[in-house]
Design a binder for this molecule. Structure first.
Ligand SMILES: Cc1cc2nc3c(=O)[nH]c(=O)nc-3n(C[C@H](O)[C@H](O)[C@H](O)COP(=O)(O)OP(=O)(O)OC[C@H]3O[C@@H](n4cnc5c(N)ncnc54)[C@H](O)[C@@H]3O)c2cc1C
Length: 448
């Protein structure tokens, strides 16, 4: 049975161990714990909803600019996707470059692409300035082709990206792929050296500390229930009802991503919450880890229903995917462990006898056009829609939106693009269509 492993293989003896339904990253970090007894302030300049990368990055920037900031988080710092992800700090967007150019034109797409490169610098700068100990490393990412036609498309994409965006990706032929990955199932790969890897839980913990050090107050276990326009002392602003009482804010910034709920109903209807799940193995011997990923890349494959994987800094294989489309719960997490283990063995038969020690899940936010979106909706500022590419983009959007709220005019090509809702408006925020979407993507992977 999965997780109850007493097998002996290789020169070392493996302890008997049970699979833990727990986020491995959280075992590597002490999360900051703001004083729970502190009362909510009655009035702030900016209320930030959500204490993930988006909210904490915004709070840090705003507090450094002298704003009085309250971060309202229904759970704890980093509780959402920000502590649960693969820690891949990635360039690029989910949509291909030709599609982007056809949708947004050459000039805006160039600005978008430049922004995705700037997101990595943004994370690196914050890590350096705040001395965040999160194993940030510019190890690059590797995309691997599951079909010959996917690989053929890599050369075309790399050409367009070099020509239009002056950014250089390296296409790796199948017969050279062993220098990048210890798997023989792929048709080739494409490397972007600019991407990075990090321990996301340590990163979000550090971002939380940095926001607090800058003067922002973080209120955990404070669920925002309702937001209404309300004037105070002649100033326009917002009355915010929370599980710990009310407060008033001049501005509100929403960074709730896949956990966006009924407190912001208009935003909720624009986002599809989708589950993503991860397993990690036991710590691997150095030689095995090196064989699996000789350059320690952040790796993902070319499918719609994709797998993403990497080594952790302590040399476990971390292997993730959309094993179930529904957001995480006890059942989807447990089922995912076995689905992902089988997927991992398809990629790396070498890991057939390797123990899986952790499994967990989290929720991603997809907009209907699979693009990041930021701006103002019904007067509330927001940044959402990272579609599994959020470590760098959420950090960047938090910072850019904070600059906008503070009165600057920052470059942000994702503000002002159309933000479509569901076709025919057939969506009230409860994703009834997810099983069909899951089947649709599996079908697309089969035919394309
Ligand atoms: C399993 C998994 C793997 C991923 N892997 C990667 C990866 O390798 N690379 C990558 O770039 N991206 C990845 N992502 C995506 C990335 O993690 C997210 O895009 C990013 O963390 C979003 O950050 P955020 O701050 O916007 O949202 P979150 O971190 O999700 O934070 C939102 C917070 O809002 C709070 N909240 C919601 N409603 C309320 C309310 N009413 N009142 C108060 N608080 C509220 C929630 O409690 C939550 O803590 C992954 C995501 C998952 C789930």
């Amino acid at each position: 049975m999965l997780g109850r492993c007493d097998r002996r293989s290789g020169p070392w003896t493996k302890p008997i161990m049970t699979l833990r339904e727990e986020n491995y990253w959280l075992t590597t970090v002490q999360m900051p714990s703001p004083d729970a007894a502190r009362p909510l302030p009655s009035r702030v300049d900016v209320a930030v909803i959500g204490a993930g990368f988006t909210g904490l990055s915004a709070a840090r920037t705003l507090a450094k600019r002298g704003a009085k900031v309250a971060v309202l988080e229904s759970e704890t710092i980093g509780w959402g996707a920000s502590s649960r992800n693969g820690g891949m700090v990635l360039t690029g967007m989910k949509l291909g470059v030709n599609k982007l150019i056809s949708l947004y034109g050459r000039e805006r797409t160039q600005r978008m692409y430049a922004a995705t490169l700037a997101t990595i610098d943004c994370v690196e700068r914050i890590v350096r300035e705040e001395s965040i100990d999160c194993d940030f490393s510019r190890c690059g990412h590797l995309e691997v082709a599951c079909k010959q036609k996917h690989f053929d498309d890599y050369a075309r994409q790399a050409d367009v990206i070099a020509r239009e965006f002056n950014h250089h990706l390296r296409v790796v032929q199948r017969n050279e792929l062993s220098s990048e990955i210890g798997s023989s199932i792929y048709y080739g790969g494409m490397v972007d050296e600019v991407s990075a890897g990090a321990n996301p839980a340590r990163y979000v913990a550090g971002l939380g500390l940095a926001a607090m050090k800058a003067g922002a107050e973080v209120f955990e276990r404070t669920c925002v229930q309702k937001i209404e326009r309300a004037a105070q002392n002649g100033n326009q602003g917002w009355r915010i009802a929370t599980s710990r009482g009310p407060l008033w804010a001049s501005e509100v910034f929403v960074g709730t991503s896949g956990y966006t709920g009924s407190a912001t109903p208009a935003l909720q209807k624009k986002l599809i919450p989708i589950g993503s799940f991860i397993i990690t193995t036991e710590v691997l011997p150095g030689a095995v880890a090196h064989e699996l990923s000789p350059r320690n890349r952040m790796i993902y494959d070319s499918k719609n229903y994709l797998y993403y994987y990497r080594l952790t800094p302590d040399r476990r294989m971390l292997f993730g995917g959309r094993a179930a489309f529904f957001p995480e719960n006890d059942q989807t997490v447990r089922r995912s462990a076995e689905i992902l283990r089988l997927g991992m063995i398809d990629v790396y038969p070498q890991l057939r006898d390797t123990k899986i020690e952790y499994v967990w899940g989290g929720t991603l936010d997809f907009a209907f056009d699979i693009m990041p979106h930021a701006g103002q909706m019904d007067g509330l500022y927001y940044a959402v829609g990272y579609a599994g590419h959020g470590v760098a983009m959420a950090t960047y959007q938090g910072q850019k939106m904070a600059e906008l709220i503070a009165g600057d005019k920052p470059e942000n090509p994702f503000v002002g693009i159309p933000f479509p809702g569901a076709p025919l408006g057939l969506y009230n925020g409860k994703p009834w269509f997810l099983p069909f979407a899951g089947m649709w993507y599996k079908f697309l992977d089969w035919v394309s």
